[in-house]
Design a protein around this ligand. Structure first.
Ligand SMILES: NC(=O)c1ccc[n+]([C@@H]2O[C@H](COP(=O)([O-])OP(=O)(O)OC[C@H]3O[C@@H](n4cnc5c(N)ncnc54)[C@H](OP(=O)(O)O)[C@@H]3O)[C@@H](O)[C@H]2O)c1
Length: 336
């Protein structure tokens, strides 16, 4: 089968389409005939070797972290999905494999695609949608009346985050350039700050919590706009000690490394009287089913920036790396 294979860490030339053997599902696993796969910044960060401290892959390995397709075969003990059923998933981090004609996925990571979504829309949901759900609901405790700042509202995660925060009853303040304003307003954002002209702390009232998708100085400034006692959750800043323990199940060594890496952000947070949490999202079929239900109820609409045929995945990756996607970039398998 055709697959997008990582053969070494570095630039775009380290990943290419190759013919590889079709994988076989083991116990508790499902073989999915992939129809579409979503791209995420984690794909090029993995290729660049930025995540080696967290996750090492035996190379060569098939890339890709989320997919939509049909069940082709089930391994021993995997009985929740029928052959031919439409499914989607954020695949297990220890293996990846979504950028291929067939992929093996742990059954617990899969959910049924709701009728309302086609394969392209479904492939856009898992990684970004779960990240937004876990950050907003579980880490920030967003609920009715909560004022939340979402930095970077127009990208893959941001377009889901705005809709999920609105569905949870929040007042949403977000940042976007003029290129993204109309989109984030159409998704329900209550206040939009043009980050190319204004610093949000100069033009908005304090918020109860912030979800940061940008990192760097944007994250540093977010601490100052959150009310004392509130929390900033970032997926783009620096991992902190709890990331090692809670998200990665790792021990003192990695926690100590993250303690050092996040020192500046943690000190800025402490000075502002807020809590800093860096989240690594986790795959979950059960939570993906919740997002599917939201899509069925018309509360969640995947935003597609662009689609590319699978044989142009290198081009799709370059567009993502340029950093201006409005919503998600998805590759499609011919004829599926
Ligand atoms: N830790 C985790 O588990 C996890 C999970 C998911 C994602 N992430 C990380 O979260 C980040 C966002 O991911 P994504 O998929 O949303 O990325 P993305 O789709 O590539 O984001 C692109 C968008 O960001 C906007 N943008 C760029 N700079 C901005 C700024 N300074 N302020 C506001 N908006 C800005 C761009 O708008 P303009 O072009 O109009 O400026 C563009 O629409 C990435 O770093 C990713 O690796 C982490």
């Amino acid at each position: 089968m055709k697959a997008f294979v990582l053969s070494g860490y570095g630039g775009a030339d380290k990943a290419a389409l190759q013919d590889v053997a079709r994988p076989e599902p083991g116990p508790g696993e499902v073989l999915v005939r992939v129809a579409a796969a979503g791209l995420n910044p984690v794909d090029f960060k993995t290729r660049e070797g930025m995540l080696k401290v967290v996750q090492r892959y035996p190379l060569p390995t098939v890339m890709g972290n989320e997919l939509a397709g049909t069940v082709e075969a089930c391994g021993a003990g995997a009985g929740r999905f029928a052959v031919g059923q439409r499914v989607f998933a954020r695949v297990g981090k220890e293996r990846m494999g979504a950028f291929a004609e067939y992929a093996v996925v742990a059954e617990e990571h899969l959910a049924a695609i709701p009728e309302e979504l086609d394969f392209v829309q479904a492939a856009a949901v898992p990684l970004a949608g779960l990240t937004a759900l876990q950050a907003l609901r579980d880490e920030l405790g967003v609920g009715p009346g909560f004022r939340v700042l979402i930095t970077g509202g127009a990208g893959g995660v941001g377009t889901f985050a705005i809709q999920i925060a609105k569905a949870l009853g929040a007042h949403v303040v977000t940042t976007a350039s003029p290129r993204g304003r109309e989109l984030v307003e159409s998704l329900g954002a209550d206040e939009v700050v043009d980050y190319t002209r204004y610093k949000f702390e100069d033009v908005i009232e304090p918020v109860d919590g912030a979800f940061d998708l940008i990192g760097g100085e944007t994250l540093s400034r977010a601490f100052g706009i959150v009310k004392r006692g509130g929390r900033v959750v970032s997926v783009a800043g620096m991992p902190e000690p709890r990331t090692a323990r809670l998200d990665l199940g790792r021990g003192f060594g990695l926690a100590a490394l993250f303690w050092v890496a996040s020192f500046t952000f943690r000190m800025q947070a402490r000075k502002a009287g807020v809590d800093y949490r860096y989240l690594f999202m986790h795959p979950s079929g059960a939570e993906l089913a919740e997002l599917a239900a939201m899509a069925s109820e018309g509360k969640l609409r995947p935003v597609i920036d662009s689609t590319f045929p699978f044989d142009r995945i290198g081009e799709a990756m370059a567009v993502l790396e340029a950093g201006h996607a409005k919503g998600k970039i998805v590759v499609t398998m011919e004829g599926r």
